[in-house]
Ligand binder design. Structure first.
Ligand SMILES: O=P(O)(O)O[C@H]1O[C@H](CO)[C@@H](O)[C@H]1O
Length: 301
């Protein structure tokens, strides 16, 4: 898919940005390029770090860090474990832009267009592949704390209820009105990840991720529902970003770090907390970061 980034004015730091307006996105991109330099800003690969998975961003070499507060239209991140930095540099020999912090729909009144603005911006910066990560609760009983699960497909629950980032007028410059997500998580990239995992003796599962709206964790009955419909892990992010990436023609590799075991039995329930999620993510963060770097080294972009 072509990038239609005709020269445009740079947005002012506090200018109001409409994430549904293509020209506003170009103005955000122009502002980023003005701040970090055109050469630095251009990237072939985008990365989104999940809760507690910031170490992936810390591994970026020759890093130029642009805090979200300096990017027009980027809201603040409120969730602990999401620093709020856009990092430019190199990883595994590739030019990357890494988002150390994402926007969850529950933080922003379910404004999914706003929450996916960073993906549209990264597309205009040139990315062809996006690696997306998240912390998730394990539903499939084979999953244990600290396991990594490659995402092979997703259930985007909010979108099934009308909360899709693609709802509203579609400027054709964004891509197709009706987007096919039959291959949302690229098969070749998943195969590459499996090979990389095998070489480093890492147990890697493959499964279906379900996104619920949150921010409350799911009740045992809700977890049972998700299990029945074929979900293996659950969280409150990712699907909106992947949907927009696919509209832009970006290939996606996604993985979940299992930080807790989702509960199916209300009589034997165990409380879930974001502290537990961050704890496990911290323990596994370095390993996840190494894994991502190893995959990137092998990528042909
Ligand atoms: O999906 P990430 O950003 O990793 O965060 C996960 O962790 C938080 C809950 O602990 C939720 O925001 C959930 O989506």
């Amino acid at each position: 898919m072509e990038n239609n980034n005709a020269p445009t004015h740079a947005a002012e730091p506090h200018q109001k940005i409409d994430p549904r307006n293509f020209d506003d996105i170009l103005a955000v991109v122009a502002s980023i390029k003005e701040q970090v330099g055109e050469e630095t800003a251009c990237a072939e690969l985008g990365i989104i770090c999940g809760s507690g998975l910031g170490p992936i961003g810390d591994a970026v070499e020759e890093a130029t860090i642009l805090p979200y507060g300096k990017i027009p239209g980027f809201p603040a991140t409120h969730v602990v474990g999401h620093k709020g930095n856009m990092i430019f540099g190199k990883l595994g020999g590739k030019k990357v832009v890494c988002l150390q912090g994402r926007f969850h729909p529950y933080e922003h009144n379910m404004d999914l267009a706003l929450c996916t603005l960073p993906v549209r911006v990264m597309h205009q910066l040139g990315i062809k592949i996006m690696i997306v990560s998240n912390a998730a609760g394990g539903i499939n009983t084979v999953l244990r704390h600290g396991d990594l699960m490659l995402i092979k497909d997703h259930i985007f629950l909010p979108a099934l209820a009308g909360f899709s980032p693609l709802v509203g007028c579609n400027d054709p410059r964004f891509g197709a009105r009706f987007v096919s997500v039959h291959d949302a998580y690229d098969k070749q990239l998943r195969q590459l990840a499996i090979e990389v995992g095998r070489k480093s003796n890492m147990t890697l599962y493959e499964g279906v991720y379900v996104m619920s709206g949150g921010p409350q964790y799911e009740s045992p009955a809700e977890v049972s529902l998700f299990k029945t419909v074929g979900a293996d892990a659950l969280g409150m992010s990712t699907c909106h970003e992947v949907t927009v990436a696919r509209q832009c023609g970006i290939k996606v590799l996604g993985f979940s770090l299992i930080t807790n075991i989702a509960n199916l039995d209300c009589d034997a329930s165990v409380e879930v907390s974001h502290e537990e999620v961050l704890d496990i993510a911290e323990q596994a963060g370095q390993r996840a970061s190494l894994f991502v770097s190893d995959i990137i080294k092998e990528l042909n972009i």
